[in-house]
Write a protein that binds this ligand. Structure first.
Ligand SMILES: Cc1ncc(COP(=O)(O)O)c(C=O)c1O
Length: 455
């Protein structure tokens, strides 16, 4: 029972007073420190793509269209679960033997072994000579992060150099996250010329000159196929020219391959540039993502593949690289996640399922190519919309993959969003995946009015 202060002994009441003083002091210092410790944290800007989606979601206009998001949609505008992925999930769900233990640090062995073959080809000299070191990553973003971090630590020409000298050249423009990722791992991203706004195409001569004049053994990020955001890819002849300069100058190719199969509908075709560079013995690594080509955006399944100078554990050998990649993985995520690796591992290792996957990829790529043709036809033949470049609207059908760089100016893009309710980024990029039979005419009409200044 609580006693009144009058009935306490002097020493008890002194102790109580001291206790109250101490707890008051503690509360005061806790509140002052909690008020202070984050005081200088600035408000970061919202991610532009996700902000665009939020704007779209808040818009009540009936015919609104979202061409900002980089995820495939079916002809009804819905997310698409690949039939082969659905099947793999059913098999996994029925398999009572599967547990929830940690994966090995490098990832699910069946996946890790197969993923390198997908990009390099089973008959690649690098695979046959055991020079490929693969590790499961948190999708393509994680692969880019590890690729940058690994070079930062171990790329021989950079040893002992400062951040300012660890330059990774990235195409102008490039996927918005590249620069942030490379900066975060201690590299300095610097633009190289890639896109020519006057032709809405590749700035090949400037790109080649830049490659020639960059210091020897420079590191260049290359989009293996379906360049994001422009949709402008070099042709095979142009890749050969690019590779020849890499070889001559000893440059390192950091391939980011987020769209294998998604670009042309053919997995091997989309890996052509990577395989050509391997055949030329150009030092390289490849980041892979299964977000787009398997529709596994949320499962975060990807891989980083390094090509070692030779197999084994002597200097430059695959085993040395592998041992360091394991350390990197352990520090960052300890063990990679299981679910996506099981799905992709199953598809890559089962001949029938692999065939089904190729058909599913064909469905996605085919729909996008059909929408390019329809949009082009509407603009050129029906609406006779003035073209933004010297080659008419050909870039709509020539560009490849999920994105089209339309050539629209920033004010035209703004009008598309604000008056047309067609959500697209201010650089003129649209995601073809957001276009379908139900909205292609409306989108074309908005384009037409935006270009004529009547929207
Ligand atoms: C060029 C490029 N690299 C990497 C990624 C990373 O994608 P994810 O982390 O979802 O696999 C993307 C996604 O849009 C991309 O376009």
């Amino acid at each position: 029972m609580a006693s009144s202060s009058a009935s306490r002994s002097p020493s008890t009441s002194q102790a109580a007073a001291r206790l109250s003083q101490v707890s008051h002091h503690m509360a005061a210092s806790a509140s002052s420190s909690s008020a202070d410790v984050w005081a200088s944290t600035p408000q970061a800007p919202a991610d532009p793509i996700f902000a665009l989606t939020a704007g779209y979601q808040a818009d009540s206009f009936e015919n609104k269209v979202n061409l900002g998001v980089g995820a495939y949609r079916d002809n009804e505008g819905k997310p698409f679960v690949l039939p082969v992925v659905r099947k793999a999930k059913q098999i996994l769900a029925a398999d009572e033997s599967l547990d929830h233990e940690y994966l090995p640090i490098a990832g699910l062995p069946a996946f890790v072994k197969a993923t390198g073959k997908l990009i390099f080809g089973a008959d690649s000299p690098a695979i046959k000579e055991d020079r490929v070191v693969s590790i499961q990553t948190i999708s393509g973003t994680g692969a880019n992060h590890y690729g940058g971090a690994f070079l930062e630590r171990f790329y021989e020409p950079w040893l002992g150099k400062s951040k300012a000298d660890k330059v990774i050249y990235v195409s102008n423009p490039t996927w918005a996250n590249h620069k942030a990722i490379f900066n975060s791992v201690g590299l300095t991203p610097v633009d190289y010329p890639y896109y020519d706004p006057s032709t809405i195409g590749l700035a090949l001569p400037k790109f080649l000159d830049f490659l020639r004049s960059a210091p020897q053994q420079s590191v260049f990020l290359l989009h293996a196929c379906a360049h994001n955001p422009t949709g402008v890819d070099p042709t095979r002849d142009q890749w050969e020219e690019i590779a020849a300069i890499f070889k001559e100058r000893g440059h390192f190719a950091f391939f980011d391959c987020a769209y294998q199969g998604f670009a042309s509908g053919d997995l091997d075709n989309d890996a052509w540039a990577v395989r050509h560079f391997v055949s030329q013995q150009i030092p390289l690594l490849v980041c892979q993502s299964y977000a787009k080509n398997a529709g596994l955006y949320g499962e975060r399944i990807g891989a980083l593949n390094l090509v070692a100078t030779h197999a084994g554990s002597s200097p430059g050998g695959a085993e040395r690289l592998r041992s360091q990649l394991l350390i990197l993985q352990r520090q960052e995520i300890s063990n990679p996640p299981t679910f996506g690796a099981r799905i992709v591992g199953m598809i890559l290792n089962d001949e029938a399922m692999f065939g089904e996957w190729k058909r599913d990829i064909g469905t996605m790529a085919g729909r996008i190519i059909a929408m390019r043709e329809r949009l082009h036809d509407l603009l050129v033949n029906e609406l006779k919309t003035p073209a933004p470049g010297p080659n008419g609207w050909d870039h709509v059908v020539k560009q490849i993959g999920m994105f089209t760089f339309t050539g629209l100016t920033p004010p035209q893009c703004k009008a598309m969003v604000e008056r047309g309710h067609v959500y697209m980024t201010g650089n003129g990029r649209i995601s073809m995946a957001g276009i379908n039979d139900g909205n292609v005419e409306y989108v074309a009409q908005c384009f037409d009015k935006a270009v004529r200044g009547t929207l």
